[in-house]
Design a protein around this ligand. Structure first.
Ligand code: NG1
Ligand code: MG
Length: 514
């Protein structure tokens, strides 16, 4: 794939011309325009000058392909219109370190901060301390690493920053990726450099891991590469590439509705326990399967270095089946995994060490040392099977979308069924759903969705539903009556943001000239 530069249009007035997520749009929705104008106005009030530019990156919804990006399987997300916008003024650095002053349009919730950026050291982020500026710092650290690769003695500029994010935090539509991508982009631009989308992706993925989650690259890819009106078919293996997939027309317009559960899955606190454990389980499944097949697995660029996709590749190479369609390859991998990883109750460290022919301490130091892992048993069978079957569903979903210019109702039902199967697998095999999310999916299906499932890491967060436009009202009503009205303590603001009809939106961009 040829490198794509980020769009950097020059405008006279950010708020007027650029208050949209669509760089080519003639008309701008009034609420978006108001939000951009407010950002510029508040910036001017705080810092007594206008910003130099605004960097923006959106949240994303994953349509299908859950918990498989860190196994390097293909996924199908798209950007949503909620985003993080960051206004920046560059201030010349005096002395031996740069200073970053950062405020949020909501200072009650996100208090202003000031921190220094040494010329010769990294800014330290404490992942245990859950602080909103950590995500900015994560983007900044990644950006400086990128700049220092080109020029090791780069002296970062000082910054005045005002940020506005309307992606619900902890909600499964990736506020973190929006935040980190926009921050990294802002810091690179402030230091006088451009960055390709590929480089921004690479550094944003690594940066986000600095906050403590061993994630894949789906969120950042969607936040950076998405195009208005298209889903983003994202491949990680053998190397990264994207394809913009249109949603075909149908007799009834197909809508993706995103509904919050208001169960917060705070990955930076409780999350690593869940999320990182799954990453570890998949890694262990890959190395155990490899050992069984007599394969020496080379390290790859997944978060812990050993992915189920790479295991799959080497297994097929051994069988002389690399020319087979991927669907058939996956069927064979599923079949053999079902036979080899037979223990439903999971595997202890001792059992895994024995299968790998290594000691328990060696198992720990080689595969379980990147983060604390608390589990007694590792459910290798269920996690690997979810992953391979989910990868198969992504292929099937994409094939179905691409088969015809117009989707007939049979195909639409098939797409819905794939989404429902994902939810069942997340609930039963990957154990990343929760009762509230299961309930939302049931209510929505009863009220008329074709398919309903969790989106993002799970254990709460958001759900995504595929439905005809004509059912939006009925589904929203059912969710309000049967779910949201039963939750206590929801604010009016939360209630109004509970359900979003998400239009596939544009990825990251920069706007110059306030
Ligand atoms: P969310 O929950 O939206 O942050 C996480 C990971 C993704 C992916 C999904 C599950 C991060 C930053 N992102 O998304 O890479 O693995 O879970 O499919 O943790
Ligand atoms: Mg996230």
């Amino acid at each position: 794939m040829a490198p794509q530069q980020l769009q950097v249009p020059q405008t006279e007035n950010i708020a007027d011309v650029y208050a949209t997520d669509d760089v080519s749009a003639q008309s701008v929705a009034p609420e978006i325009k108001a939000r951009w104008q407010h950002l510029i106005k508040q910036f001017t009030e705080i810092y007594s000058k206008k910003p130099d530019f605004v960097a923006r990156s959106p949240g994303r919804v994953n349509i299908i392909g859950e918990h498989i990006d860190y196994n390097l399987y293909d996924v199908l997300p798209t950007a949503v219109s909620v985003d993080v916008i960051i206004a920046v003024k560059v201030v010349p650095t005096e002395g031996s370190e740069a200073i970053v002053k950062i405020s949020n349009v909501n200072p009650q919730k996100f208090p202003s901060r000031e921190f220094s950026v040494p010329f010769d050291k990294d800014v330290v982020i404490d992942p245990k301390k859950h602080e909103w500026v950590n995500y900015f710092k994560a983007g900044l650290v990644g950006a400086l690493k990128f700049l220092r690769k080109g020029n090791p003695s780069v002296k970062p500029v000082s910054l005045e920053v005002l940020l506005d994010g309307n992606v619900p935090p902890g909600g499964g539509i990736s506020s973190s990726a929006a935040f980190v991508c926009a921050s990294a982009l802002a810091v690179i631009k402030a230091n006088g450099h451009d960055v390709s989308k590929e480089n921004l992706l690479d550094l944003a993925v690594v940066s986000e891991r600095a906050v403590g989650v061993y994630s894949g690259g789906m969120d950042q890819a969607a936040s950076i590469f998405s195009q208005r009106g298209f889903l983003l078919y994202t491949k990680f293996f053998p190397k990264f590439s994207v394809e913009h997939v249109p949603i075909p027309v149908a007799d009834e317009e197909i809508v993706f509705l995103v509904a919050q559960s208001f169960v917060t899955s705070n990955k930076a606190e409780t999350g690593p326990r869940h999320y990182n454990l799954r990453v570890a389980e998949c890694t262990l499944a890959a190395v155990v399967l490899a050992k069984h097949h007599g394969i020496v697995l080379e390290k790859d660029n997944s978060s812990l270095g050993y992915s189920l996709r790479n295991l799959h590749e080497e297994f097929m190479r051994k069988q002389g089946r690399l020319q087979d369609p991927l669907e058939y390859q996956l069927d064979a991998v599923i079949q053999s995994t079902t036979e080899i990883l037979s223990q439903e109750q999971g595997y202890t460290r001792e059992e895994i060490a024995k299968l790998l022919d290594i000691t328990v301490p060696e198992l720990g130091s080689r595969f379980l040392s990147s983060f604390p892992v608390e589990a007694e048993r590792f459910k290798l069978r269920q996690r690997a099977l979810h992953c391979f079957k989910e990868a198969r569903r992504v292929l099937d979903f994409k094939a179905c979308l691409s088969q015809a210019d117009k989707l007939d109702i049979k195909r639409i039902h098939y797409l819905g069924q794939l989404l429902n199967e994902t939810q069942d697998s997340c609930r039963d095999d990957y154990e990343c759903s929760c009762p509230e999310v299961d309930q939302i999916c049931e209510i929505a299906r009863r009220a008329g969705t074709w398919g309903s499932r969790l989106t993002g890491a799970g254990w709460g967060g958001c759900t995504v539903h595929m439905l005809p436009r004509s059912k939006v009202e009925a589904v929203s009503k059912a969710l309000h009556e049967e779910y949201y009205s039963k939750l206590s303590g929801l604010t009016q603001e939360q209630l109004s943001e509970a359900i979003v009809i998400s239009k596939p939106s544009n990825g990251s961009f920069l706007v110059h000239g306030a």
